[in-house]
Write a protein that binds this ligand. Sequence first.
Ligand SMILES: [Zn+2]
Length: 293
Amino acid sequence: MASTSSALVRSVSAALVALAALCGCRGAKTPDAERPAPAGPEVEGTHAEVLENGARVVWLGDVDGDKLNPRSLFPEAPDSLFEALGLSDGVPSSMSAFLAEVDGEKVLFDAGLGAPAGRALARLEALGVSPDEIRTIYLTHFHADHVGGLVARDGDGAPSKVFRNAAVWACRAERDAWMNDIPDNALQKTVVELYGDSLRLFEYGDVLPHGVTALDAAGHTPGHAAFRLSNLLVAGDLMHGYALQKDHPEYNSGYDMDGPKSAESRARLLRLARENGLLVAGMHFPAPGFARP
Ligand SMILES: [Zn+2]
C-alpha cells in the first residue's frame, strides 16, 4: 500500500514538474491557498530552534530579503577592519522579532515594525498563530522597529491593540525615558496609553513569567534589555553588525544613544554568551536570526 501511494506521489510530482517546465513557471512558488498549513519551520522568513528546556523559538523576519547595514553606520571602526572582514559593502543584517513556545504558551520577544512595512505579523499568521493567542510580550526597547507592531490603525489612523490578550513587559527605565526625556515619542506614548494596565514594568535582574530573566543591556537606549530563557539570550539591539561587532564589541552603531554604555553591555553579554555556550537571538542579526558567538 505504502509503495503504491509513494509511486503515485512520484508520478504526480513528475507530471507537475513537466507541466511547470511547459508553462515556463518552474520554481514558481506555490500559491498560499495550496500550501499545506501550518507549515511550521518551513514558512518563509522563519527559522526554528529548540532550547535545552524544550521550548521552541522561532525567528520572524520582519522584512523580505537580505539587508545590509552600511559601513557609515559604524563610524568608529576603521576602513582597514571592514576590508579585512570583507564587509566594505556593508554588514549583513535583518529586522526581526522572535516567537517562543514555552510552558504550552506562545510569547513574543518584540513586535517588529508593524503595518504596512513589517512582516512579523504575517509570519505569525503563516505559522498558524493568531495575535489573540499571544499572552506575553517581552520588549527589548521602545524603538519603532520593535514596538510599531503592537499598534493597528484604522482608516482614520485611530490606534487599537494588535495583541488584545497580552501582558507586555518593558523595563521601567525605558518607559520613563520615552515618556519624560526622549522627543519624537508619539508612537511610544500611544503604546503606553493603549496597553494601559497590560503594560508591566521590570527592573534588570527580575525573573519574569516562564522563567525569563531580564538583563541589563543599557546603552542602545536608556532601558534597553536583553532576556535569558534557558540557553537562549535574546540580545535585542546589542549588535547592528554582527559580523563586525561579535569580535569588536567596542565599536558602536550610529543608533546607539550612549556609546560607552552600549559597548560595555555588548562586551559583557557576549562574554556571558561565550562562557555559557548560549544561542543568541538578535533583532538585527542576518537571517536566520540566531548565532553562537
Ligand atoms: Zn532595532
